[in-house]
Design a protein around this ligand. Sequence first.
Ligand code: H2U
Length: 369
Amino acid sequence: METKKKRTDFDTAEHQHLRYNPLRDSWVLVSAHRMKRPWKGQVEKPPADEIPRQDPSNPLCPGNTRANGEVNPDYDSTFLFDNDFPALQPNAPEPGTSDHPLFQTKGARGVCKVMCFHPWSDITLPLMKMCEIKTVIDKWAELIEDLGATYPWVQIFENKGDMMGCSNPHPHCQVWASNFLPNEPSLSDRCQREYYKKHGVPLLLDYATQEAQRQDRLVVENEDWLVVVPYWATWPFQTLLLPRRHVLRLNDLSIKERESLASIMKRLLTKYDNLFEISFPYSMGWHGAPTGQYLKEDMSHWQLHAHYYPPLLRSATVRKFMVGYEMLASEQRDLTPEQAAERLRNLPEEHYRTKADKSNLGATVEEGE
Ligand code: H2U
């Protein structure tokens, strides 16, 4: 597909412009020159460096008591439990019918789970061993299979860091399964469906092929996956993790693809941590073809992918705010996706903490391979 030829006097890093987000059918304003402005605004607290490995007061640790009085098993791998404060419950009564189009209500049912990635509180995905990350991926796939048998949407997401509203430093994600398609996947479903109808190829498969050729937004890649700062990224260091082949859902991944996914996640998240030498905050989540009743439908327009949305912009303590113009007009970003990709691409793949441990303890430190 031909894109419009660039004008010779136009420089994406200097001149503001709009970019189209084909997954949300919306436009983002890119104004890279704004990075030059001085920052006198809010400065965040950097993430705590010292987190105890086992904290008797942390309800997510092995053997500890949770808010509902249940005692966690002495788990040594992942641990899944029902969220004690679920936003969705399976048996809520149906609301009555609305008497006016401006006051519509629908029933909402579902389940919410929490999954701990590891028994230690002082570890995060990039510092975990590849086989441990693979176990997390296997559990994610199992959840899509099990909850997806009933529910049309199973949202797996990880809020990491205080800045993203994470309430507990223990490495974990959440899983919310609902009897409805939430707004974001619903919009993404429409956009991918329309693209497939028009072009005869899944939107994100086409996109991955293009990005693999163009290279300037690539962060990391391997034989099965690529990570890019998407052309339409809104958050400064937002990334999109994509398979190279057409895959609908996490549970369709082969063992080899799960291993290569563990590897690319470790590489991406290490780069994220190395960017400002902190445990990098973000919200991430998986989008795959809807499940439940959609399992019987042709969902070929879908392509599995993960979104990473980190809030930081300039440093460990200066974040991007999505406020005035973003809330009232359009999303806007300050550095170009190409600049962000280049910075991430050029970062080392050895975690800064592993490197520091090595220099403190000599070369005997376990690498986490
Ligand atoms: P966040 O850090 O992303 O908030 O996830 C932690 C979740 O763990 C949160 O949804 C749940 C909270 O409801 N939780 C329990 O289910 N039981 C507890 O005892 C503590 C926290």
